[in-house]
Write a protein that binds this ligand. Structure first.
Ligand code: NAD
Ligand code: IPM
Ligand code: MN
Length: 371
């Protein structure tokens, strides 16, 4: 059939809380805008582990396997210490990124004008911020071999990991960055540590070669990762598309969250290769984790997860107008003063996670009616 399939996997900590709201939003688009999508909910983490011995039970594997897109919540937290490392690793988020070859992780950072007064950075620094970090997600030090902890002859222990990148791994993610830049302001900043690391020397050489061969219309510059972290805070407006490896992208994207006001605001899309039918597996998730410090309180910001649905509408469901509509509804809710605790000015009313979902749904009704 021509229905798209979405697996909805809330996971652990605040994952199920924020995903409940983004799921409502996706259902709204199916019911009110004719978006051709079926949704299948599935469990992940400590709850199915206690019931079945697996963090990723068969039903969830099947739901994710058949899905065009996965709407993911979060993984991790103190209670998951009860799960033995082998069982945890077998169904980890990292193993899923690898299994579906989700190499291109898009993490857009947009500063909503409504949040200028509650954000940690100055309003003038945030004005006009709109850039995307493309993080390589299937290689680098996260997956390199050898890795481990060994005991040395003198009784000390030694932990070790391997940073590695191949030509193809660098080129395919760089290509994604150049292609995205062509649809935006035409600028790519490649971030590495080529003053120290061979992997980064290769990274830079391959990015430069690909640029010269196929993308010389795009403006390309390079930053060392330490400087990049500083520049993101000093003047985030200078960036359009930033491309970097797995671990640098992880760290820089949490840092960049401050250029949007809160980590709770950031969505992401993780995209696999395009197959012979023109399809690509995709996983959509907020950038944040399970937030054990606020889990179970119903106060987490669901907008990162909700904005991940906007990315899904644009990148998997081929509904750019509906993606725009959802982003507009989020802006409208914020402009009307809807605030969860993480984005609230002193003295402002703090909405619960569910109330923020309500605010977005009512803004959707209003914005859609005006069109
Ligand atoms: P975290 O992102 O969970 O939380 C960092 C801080 O940001 C916390 O103070 C938290 O309360 C706050 N925060 C995060 N999301 C928020 C939201 N939506 N609304 C309001 N505040 C929010 O990072 P952490 O505490 O370092 O990690 C906790 C666990 O999450 C770890 O086990 C980690 O491995 C895991 N994690 C999972 C993912 C994922 O599933 N993709 C991503 C990051 C971290
Ligand atoms: C993220 C997370 C993950 C990562 C963890 C949970 C493995 O921090 O998606 O940013 O480091 O990739
Ligand atoms: Mn992270």
């Amino acid at each position: 059939s021509n229905m798209f399939k979405v697996a909805v996997v809330g996971g652990e900590g605040i994952g199920p809380e924020v995903t409940a709201q983004s799921h409502r939003v996706l259902k709204w688009f199916a019911a009110n805008r004719g978006v051709p999508v079926t949704m299948r909910e599935a469990q992940y983490g400590i709850i199915p582990y206690l019931a079945t011995g697996k963090v990723l039970p068969e039903d969830t594997v099947e739901a994710m396997e058949e899905a065009d897109a996965i709407l993911w919540g979060a993984t991790g937290g103190p209670e998951t210490k009860e799960v033995p490392p082998a069982a945890r690793k077998a169904g980890s988020l990292l193993s899923m990124r690898r299994k579906y070859d989700l190499y291109a992780n898009l993490r857009p950072i947009v500063a909503s004008p409504a949040l200028a007064d509650s954000a940690p950075l100055k309003a003038e620094v945030l004005r006009g911020v709109d850039f995307v970090i493309i993080r390589e997600l299937t290689s680098g030090i996260y997956f390199g071999e050898p890795r481990g902890i060994e005991t040395l002859a003198d009784g000390q222990r030694r932990g070790f990991n391997t940073e590695q990148y191949t030509t193809n791994q660098i080129r395919r993610v760089a290509r994604a960055a150049f292609e995205l830049a062509r649809t935006r302001k035409g600028k790519v900043c490649s971030v590495d540590k080529a003053n120290v690391l061979e992997t980064s020397v290769l990274w830079r050489e391959e990015v430069i070669a690909l640029h010269k061969q196929e993308f010389s219309d795009v403006e390309l510059n390079h930053l060392y990762v330490d400087n990049a972290a500083m520049q993101i805070v000093r003047e985030p407006r200078q960036f359009d598309v930033m491309v970097t490896g797995n671990i640098f992208g992880d760290i820089l994207s949490d840092c960049a969250a401050m250029a949007s006001g809160s980590l709770g605001m950031l969505p992401s899309a993780s995209l696999g290769p395009v197959d012979k039918f023109g399809r690509r597996k995709a996983l959509y998730e907020p950038v944040h984790g399970s937030a054990p410090d606020i889990a179970g309180k119903g106060i987490a910001n669901p907008l990162g997860s909700i904005l991940s649905v906007a990315m899904m509408l644009r990148l998997t469901l081929d509904r750019p107008d509906d993606a725009d509509l959802l982003e507009k509804a989020v802006d409208t809710a914020l402009a009307n003063g809807a605030r969860t605790a993480d984005i609230a000015e002193a003295g402002a009313t703090r909405l619960s996670t569910e109330q923020m979902g309500d605010a977005v749904l009512s803004a959707l009704e209003k914005v859609a009616a005006k069109q």
